[in-house]
Design a protein around this ligand. Structure first.
Ligand code: FES
Length: 224
């Protein structure tokens, strides 16, 4: 874990692909599913978790949501990378990305690694970004069953409050499905520093903290 200075360079109008481009030292760039805590030096007491949406020159593309007060040129105090991110199996050749209830941006950070190992990629989402690489096939949420039958790895982005719905959708396919990892979005006000417990996620037989044990969890822990 490192600390350093960064800068918000660009904001994007359409946030489905990415919300901003952030300049930062290479050691601070989070891996897919990991995050940085960013603070703008204002009176706001809490830092903001910032997730990567993909690589960019001298930094990375950041997924939404970012504070409205951040504008191009905003200086950021950064801490990270934090948390456990996605672990794409090197054998995966049919990669599915499921944006269950939000923008797919956090999942799109996996594209370079998937393409590097010659995997085919299908994105299942409600609203697809316009500027996806042409190799990415896009399917609506209604096509989830077919995509699950095809994939050998599934990465999911879901809010903590949406996990019951995800469980009921994926539950009956637990045995047949590919390896599944889920990025659980929660508030993470302290980012491990104060052990506040706000980010607690119920797992099989107990609780874990999204900020340090996640935010990416193996589906077998979450499915209940
Ligand atoms: S955010 Fe405080 S313990 Fe996770």
């Amino acid at each position: 874990m490192h600390t350093g200075e960064g800068q918000l360079l660009e904001l994007y109008y359409e946030t489905e692909r990415a919300a901003a481009r952030i300049l930062c030292p290479p050691l601070l760039i989070p891996a897919p599913g990991q995050y940085l805590l960013a603070h703008d030096g204002s009176d706001t007491p809490l830092a903001v978790p910032v997730f990567p949406a993909g690589p960019a020159a001298d930094g990375f593309l950041a997924a939404s949501s970012l504070p409205r007060a951040w504008t191009p040129g905003t200086q950021l105090h950064l801490r990270g990378p934090l948390g456990r991110g996605f672990s794409l199996p090197i054998t995966a050749r049919r990669v599915a990305l499921l944006a269950w209830d939000d923008s797919p941006a956090r999942l799109l950070a996996l594209l370079p690694a998937a393409f590097k190992q010659d995997a085919a990629v299908t994105l299942v989402c409600q609203t697809a970004p316009r500027d996806l690489p042409p190799e990415v096939e896009v399917q609506p949420l209604q096509a989830l069953a077919e995509t699950l039958a095809w994939a050998d790895f599934l990465a999911v982005d879901a809010g903590r409050e949406s996990l019951p719905g995800l469980r009921s959708k994926l539950g009956e396919r637990n045995q047949a499905a590919a390896e599944i990892q889920v990025l659980v979005r929660t508030q993470m006000p302290c980012g491990t520093l104060a052990e506040c417990g706000v980010c607690a996620v119920r797992i099989r037989g107990g609780w874990k903290m999204a900020c340090k044990d996640g935010p990416v969890f193996d589906w077998r822990e979450l499915r209940g």
